[in-house]
Design a protein around this ligand. Sequence first.
Ligand SMILES: NC(=O)c1ccc[n+]([C@@H]2O[C@H](COP(=O)([O-])OP(=O)(O)OC[C@H]3O[C@@H](n4cnc5c(N)ncnc54)[C@H](O)[C@@H]3O)[C@@H](O)[C@H]2O)c1
Length: 247
Amino acid sequence: METPFSGQIAVVTGAASGIGFTVARHFASRGARVIGIDRSTEVAAVIAELPGEGHLAIAKDLTAPNAAAEVIDEAVGFAGAPHILVNSAGVAILAPAAELSAAAWNTTIDVNLSASFFMAQAVGRVMVEAGYGRIINLASQASVIGLEEHVAYCASKAGLLGMTRVLSMEWARHGVTVNSVSPTVVETPLGKQAWAGEKGEKMKELIPVGRFAQPEEIAALIAYLAGRDAAMITGENILIDGGYSSI
Ligand SMILES: NC(=O)c1ccc[n+]([C@@H]2O[C@H](COP(=O)([O-])OP(=O)(O)OC[C@H]3O[C@@H](n4cnc5c(N)ncnc54)[C@H](O)[C@@H]3O)[C@@H](O)[C@H]2O)c1
């Protein structure tokens, strides 16, 4: 049976957990071959359980020198030119700005911003040559608003929006769209850790829909942007935040 992503190759970072895992499962169950990347070695077991065939797990720390180029070389060698990249690998290291360590700042920028750029750059070269591609970056509501104790996180996610705009301009004529999606808190290991307890309950009250998002809701938006129908959407940042950033 023909499914929306039949014959397509989707590269998903952070595929061992949370949104990345849910996105990988969404694509795989709709016909795509998934190349799942994560620094956690659990990625192998997670990818092995996906529906369909022809998937590949790569255990790699994407902040290592040359990691993105190596991963994309391996993906292309295994499956051919990818049609989709979802940059979901990310960290949230929280502390008051005055107390945040240099190491925490650097790790946050290295994972959330730099690794996403190097992945987009490596796959973008292949997509531009092929004349088709969809790149989706996991930003956050933190890309457009401030959140206490999130200084490095907010800076990294705002940086993704600048990157998204430039890549979209440079690659639009080559059939490659580049967009960001910006969820409010999503009930994943990262979301639950950052918003545990009373702080999380207060946050829910401030979200007009009155709850946090589920990973499947984020995967559905990403799948729309990754589809052929979304060819006219590029350079965008789409909020999926239950109305939080618009109040
Ligand atoms: N959960 C939320 O509330 C929320 C809200 C908005 C945006 N986001 C963003 O969505 C993305 C996914 O978040 P999640 O909630 O699924 O998190 P998660 O912690 O469940 O999963 C993140 C994955 O990224 C991997 N990863 C981290 N550093 C890596 C590295 N250096 N190299 C390779 N893999 C690495 C982790 O091993 C993990 O499997 C992140 O970019 C996050 O900032 C999450």
